[in-house]
Unconditional design. Structure first.
Length: 197
């Protein structure tokens, strides 16, 4: 949910490179106590390449943005987005993004969008989408690639210190056989024998 905002509005698609740059306290039974993963996405149309850095762990936080005023904190579960001209700070799920510093946001308030068109919560949206009254906020064609990104981050954690090159069309890590063999996802067609209620 934290990655959703950037993935949706920047039309990220899938990364070409994934790298676990930090991994504290891993073992074969649980995920690390802290991790940092870099996801590198290619240019998309007129949009330039993007690098997303994921920080996980209670003491593993991104660098404090210089634009954030003294006395304000970075949420332990949230996001900082650096664009060419602006820096945004937000929480997780559907928390509103805010421009930092706050004074800059106040200067721009009249030019900021007021409504993105998704006003129902998850449960309401699901019911309205089932009835054909509202488009699903997270349809499979969107949620599938977003989930793929997260799974690739998990695979990178199993192979730290290496930049894994991802061929999304062929669902293959092309530069590391061990990482490719540890890949625990493949696109599978739905089973014909599924017994739906």
């Amino acid at each position: 949910h934290t990655l959703d905002t950037v993935h949706r509005f920047l039309k990220l698609g899938l990364p070409e490179e994934i790298e676990a740059v930090k991994r504290d306290g891993p073992n074969e039974w649980i995920f690390p106590q802290a991790s940092t993963i870099a996801f590198r996405f290619p240019a998309r149309g007129s949009m330039p390449p993007v690098e997303i850095t994921w920080y996980d762990g209670t003491e593993n936080k991104p660098p404090r943005p210089k634009e954030l005023e003294a006395g304000r904190k970075v949420e332990s579960c949230g996001k900082i987005i650096h664009s060419k001209d602006l820096v945004f700070k937000g929480g997780t799920h559907s928390a509103t993004l805010r421009i930092i510093p706050e004074a800059k946001m106040k200067d721009m308030v009249d030019s900021l969008p007021k409504d993105f068109g998704c006003n129902s919560d998850h449960s309401q949206n699901f019911m309205l989408a089932c009835k054909g009254e509202d488009p699903a906020m997270s349809p499979f064609e969107y949620a599938g690639p977003l989930s793929e990104i997260i799974v690739l981050g998990d695979v990178a954690l199993l192979h730290p210190g290496r930049t894994l090159l991802w061929d999304s069309k062929n669902m293959k890590i092309t530069n590391d056989d061990a990482a490719d063999k540890s890949l625990f996802m493949r696109r599978l067609a739905p089973r014909d024998d599924m017994n739906w209620c």
